[in-house]
Design a binder for this molecule. Structure first.
Ligand SMILES: Cc1cc2nc3c(=O)[nH]c(=O)nc-3n(C[C@H](O)[C@H](O)[C@H](O)COP(=O)(O)OP(=O)(O)OC[C@H]3O[C@@H](n4cnc5c(N)ncnc54)[C@H](O)[C@@H]3O)c2cc1C
Length: 258
């Protein structure tokens, strides 16, 4: 079984940089790292494939950035396809999905495409479903467990009340939730091996996509405003005067958690 994993390379959340004041998009000039959200997809793919197939990474990122891809290759993925092209600057979610779908077409034979439910930086949470639509494949979202049985993928799909058991024919696109598996740390041997694993770098022309349909020129979305996230309010401190337990019970029952 061969699995393609979409991995987004993002600015380090510990040093996230700044927004471009004009375009209101995140500046991505410096080093990019593997989005933690996608480390779960990589780990799940490695576990599903075992010794009987290959994991291929697909990423779209500026400046030929491969640092995040190398991390996922060091975890055990076999190879990667990177799409990097100046004309992609300003691409919205749908253009990103079209580019990734075209790159997946260059990744060889595959049975399953994995992505995260949402990225950690400028997330919209729609790219995996758009990739599925572009490729004409079924899409299963919010996977908290994934197994493959012959030509079928079985997914425990997280819901507000628990989970649904979903089966779907392969090939399919499945987006996994954070924490679904414990991503492995790359070993020293893995890090050394990753340096020589193939990364196929493609430009828009290699995918048959016109520059006029990508980047700012092709964006159907517009970022009209960016606002700071609301500050978290200080919590309430309950002093124990002998009745603190009742106040805590009231508080929790108001939240409907008990
Ligand atoms: C008008 C406009 C202009 C924009 N301009 C830029 C820009 O110049 N530069 C820029 O970086 N962003 C830009 N963005 C943001 C960019 O469109 C999104 O970051 C991008 O579409 C990915 O979407 P997401 O992070 O919301 O994906 P989500 O749907 O939240 O991601 C879910 C999963 O999809 C996969 N995925 C998503 N993106 C990628 C990727 N690039 N490579 C591989 N896998 C991926 C990953 O598995 C990810 O975890 C712009 C957005 C708009 C609306």
């Amino acid at each position: 079984m061969n699995i393609v994993v979409c991995v987004k390379q993002i600015p380090d959340p510990a040093d996230p940089g700044a927004l471009d004041p004009e375009s209101k998009t995140l500046k991505r000039d410096g080093k990019l790292i593997l989005d933690e959200s996608d480390s779960y997809g990589v780990e799940m793919a490695l576990q599903l494939v075992g010794d009987s197939g290959e994991v291929t990474l697909v990423s779209m990122a500026p400046n030929g950035e491969v640092s995040g891809l190398r991390t996922a290759l060091a975890m055990g993925a076999a190879k990667a396809v990177l799409v990097s092209d100046d004309a992609l600057k300003g691409s919205d979610a749908l253009t990103t999905a079209k580019v990734l779908a075209a790159a997946i077409g260059k990744a060889g034979e595959y049975d399953l495409v994995l992505a995260a439910t949402e990225s950690s930086d400028g997330y919209t949470g729609v790219v995996p479903e758009q990739i599925a639509a572009v490729l004409g494949l079924p899409s299963v979202t919010f996977a908290k467990a994934v197994s493959v049985d012959g030509g079928t993928v079985k997914v425990d799909r997280q819901t507000e009340a628990g989970y649904d058991e979903v089966t779907c024919p392969l090939p399919a696109v499945v987006s996994v939730t954070a924490g679904v598996v414990e991503p492995r740390y790359p070993s020293f041997k893995g890090i050394m091996a990753a340096k020589s694993k193939p990364v196929d770098q493609l430009a828009l022309a290699d995918l048959g996509i016109e520059a006029a349909n990508a980047g700012w020129a092709g964006a159907g979305q517009e970022i009209v405003e960016v606002a700071a996230a609301a500050q978290r309010e200080a919590g309430e401190i309950i002093e124990d005067d002998g009745e603190a337990h009742a106040k805590i019970v009231d508080f929790l029952s108001n939240l409907k958690v008990i």
